[in-house]
Design a protein around this ligand. Sequence first.
Ligand code: COA
Length: 329
Amino acid sequence: MVRSRITGTGSCLPDKILTNLDLERIIDTSDEWITSRTGIKERRIAEEGQFTSTFAAEASRRALEMAGIKAEELDLIILGTVTPDFPFPATACIVQHEIGAVNAAAFDLSAACSGFIYGLSIADKYIRTGDAKKVLVIGAEVLSRVVDWTDRNTCILFGDGSGAAVLEVTEGDSGILSTHIFSNGSFWNTLYQPGCGNRNPATNEQTLLDRLCYIRMEGNDVFKHAVRAMEEAACTALTANGMTPADVSLLIPHQANRRIIDATAKRLGIAADDARLFVNLHNYGNTSSASIPISIDEANRTGRMKSGDNVLLAAFGGGFTYGSALIRW
Ligand code: COA
């Protein structure tokens, strides 16, 4: 059976670390509050001269190196991001140029924290239909530039970075077994950036005065929906493949909040301290579309996934968007 398989993974994070103690110095918060409510201890922050494309290109080079293929061999580049370098052109085109993927079509995809799963789903379909043989899927964000550093409800949560995966066609047993993507647009304004699009353009002085170009979030609403949606997406993946949670070797959930991760895992019968649950949120915070590919790369490079393992990915994000992927490693 023809399917797609991840043959290389890579990630790239800024060197600059912002700890909870650093945040205590700029807003009214505490390490204790952030740790107990979110599980986050520190996050990475892009420095001047570093952009979404900077991290995306480096993560991509590392993924290509692991896959052992040249950038020229890529047919398609899909980059999930809500913090592109520019409104246009697509950051994917900048990455294409930087890595020398001269034969690829390249586009950005806006599905917030589900961006990588959405990208994986499209890439998988392109490969299964035979329209592409080698596809690069990237999640990359510089959220620190759309975070309101005066808003303690949101600024503690987010971080910057990128992860990437190379998908290639395979006829073996391993690879992507299924992907499922969902949206619920009735909550579009529960987690969003009100300004700097064309409803509230940055060219309008009021947009800047009202601080509309920063992330706005109804934290409690997002929390409740995230747990339910990630469970639904994960269960859909298992049912579609005739599996139960006992068949899952590793669950990699979107890294938004430790309490969301634990609640999702619990609903799947996986305990918070189970080695089958992957968590790196304490180091990076919520990197939106980058969180799952950074996690896959870490799990891959540290030997957390072995040949034949069933790896379940589940994500949730603004939109709302959500989705899952089940991979036989
Ligand atoms: N430091 C200290 N206190 C803070 C704070 C901070 N950084 N942020 C909020 N508080 C305060 C609030 O002002 C509130 O005080 P009050 O009771 O005096 O009004 C109190 O803490 C409780 O706030 P609440 O919003 O009810 O806390 P919570 O337990 O719901 O946690 C979030 C808030 C944001 C951590 C939580 O709702 C969450 O994680 N939501 C999901 C966010 C998310 O993951 N988004 C991305 C999804 S992809």
